[in-house]
Design a protein around this ligand. Structure first.
Ligand SMILES: [Zn+2]
Length: 475
């Protein structure tokens, strides 16, 4: 299996640190609002990566944090805490905000068929570990106090900035040269960041008493501490958005490597941005969409998943509703194919040598592609080719070979192919479906509509007509 490593800027052969075991860390969401489709691209890709690792028979431990404290609105440790700010706006407590938006997040990930990580851990559940981490960093002389918090002195970590191919000096000069240098009072270097923030006297929720003062953790320290708690001092794969390279992940490396004096992460994997109609998503351009917004417009969330996985994760993805419509149609045509060929086939016979070899070749190619830098887009092209090749009069055995192969592909793609299998439906329901197909062919739309209603009412089977024929599934 091959993987692109941000730190080496190379595609590398994947080899875990220890035997077959893979420690996999994903930076989770800050649960202060609904996640948008750009966030969801991140988690769909992280899911693909996990599925590819599992398919390659690695023993994966996937850990994801939930940021419920310590993520400030502005870059560079400025501004209010995002969750506290939203709580004020909605006249709720921070806990209510966290509860509400984390369940909204997992509802979305379920709709997108994203596997749940093995460990999901909140920052606030790891305060003890975070304090321990900070204490040890302090003993090693990496920290200093200001009026507002405890800061990491980035000048003391020799390799600061290596993830983005930069260094301490360059990063500090770059930012000094920038138009706006807004940094907290009393810090020594522009790149220094808070590992602990002191709370204001009126802040009562989500604050903890510690030897270095009352307050709450900074954002970066939570990932270092949680990764250490569940995966140890070294992690095989650390995954996150491209926008985290220069600050968040750079600071994670500084903390973890300063403390443990060994390589923190073997492979850094980053997903590129998502734009909407060619523009960055922002409140001012009103182009922020959530999964719920797509559903309101009648789209299956899995059509968005299909659209996302059809673009390589290291490329920018441009979302448009036109594009989503294309993906929706393409996905439905696959569902229609599955619905159609999985109707129990009376025709028995042998699988011809040529047919079985061709399907085997497609299968081999598909899995080679997904294991080569998660090249799902090209693997999907191969799947389409296989489907087209199989659009002929197949016998029972050939049909099941094609279906089994598609179901196996879906272990990676996560598009719910099994839902559209007709051979799971009762005989009576299938008879009605066939009858309806016939009335449609004869353009007897009145009967066909009646049969559609009957199927829904009596069998909870929904029928949708697409360009490629009808699809049916249990609701
Ligand atoms: Zn993180």
């Amino acid at each position: 299996m091959k993987i692109y490593n941000t730190i080496s800027k190379n595609e590398e052969e994947f080899k875990p640190l220890k035997n077959n075991h893979v420690g996999f860390y994903t930076c989770g969401p800050t649960v202060y609002f609904y996640a948008h489709i750009g966030n969801m691209r991140n988690y769909i890709i992280s899911d693909l990566l996990e599925r590819v690792l599992l398919k390659n028979k690695y023993d994966v431990k996937h850990v994801m944090n939930l940021t419920d404290v310590g993520h400030n609105i502005g870059d560079g440790d400025l501004g209010e805490d995002k969750i506290r700010d939203e709580a004020k706006k909605e006249h709720k407590t921070p806990e209510q905000i966290i509860e509400f938006y984390s369940s909204a997040f997992f509802e979305d990930t379920d709709k997108l068929n994203i596997l749940k990580p093995d460990v999901i851990s909140r920052a606030s559940e790891n305060i003890k570990q975070i304090i321990e981490f900070i204490k040890k960093l302090d003993e090693k002389g990496y920290l200093y106090k200001t009026k507002t918090g405890v800061y990491f002195d980035t000048s003391k970590f020799k390799e600061y900035g290596k993830l983005s191919g930069s260094n301490f000096k360059k990063l500090n000069e770059q930012q000094i040269g920038g138009a706006r240098v807004e940094r907290p009072e009393g810090i020594k270097n522009i790149t220094d960041f808070a590992v602990w923030r002191f709370s204001k006297p009126d802040e009562k929720d989500m604050v903890w008493d510690t030897p270095f003062g009352k307050g709450f953790p900074g954002w970066h320290i939570e990932c270092s501490a949680i990764a250490n708690e569940y995966l140890g001092q070294q992690v095989d794969i650390h995954y996150g958005g491209h926008d985290h390279i220069q600050v968040h992940h750079t600071n994670e490396i500084a903390q973890s490597e300063a403390l443990f004096e060994k390589q923190f992460v073997k492979y850094w994997v980053h997903v590129e941005f998502l734009t909407v109609d060619g523009k960055k998503m922002s409140k001012s351009t009103r182009n922020i969409y959530t999964i719920n917004d797509l559903e309101k417009r009648g789209f299956n969330p899995l059509s968005f998943r299909f659209m996302t996985i059809s673009v390589h994760y290291r490329k920018m993805m441009n979302f448009t509703f036109e594009g989503l419509k294309h993906s929706d149609e393409a996905l439905k045509s696959i569902y229609a194919f599955i619905s159609k060929i999985s109707v129990p086939n009376e025709k028995t016979g042998k699988i011809s040598k040529e047919f079985s070899k061709t399907i085997e070749d497609y299968k081999k190619l598909f899995f080679e592609l997904v294991s080569d830098e998660v090249n799902i887009p090209n693997a999907i092209i191969k799947m389409h080719e296989m489907i087209n090749y199989s659009k002929k009069d197949l016998n029972k055995e050939e049909t099941s070979l094609v279906l089994n192969t598609l179901i196996e592909f879906d272990e990676i793609l996560g598009l719910d192919f099994k839902r559209y299998l007709s051979n799971k439906l009762s005989k009576a329901a299938l008879e009605l479906i066939k009858e309806r197909e016939l009335s449609r062919k004869e353009k007897d739309f009145e009967s066909s509509d009646k049969l559609r209603e009957k199927l829904l009412k009596e069998f909870s089977i929904k029928i949708e007509d697409t360009k490629e024929g009808s699809i049916w599934y249990k609701v």
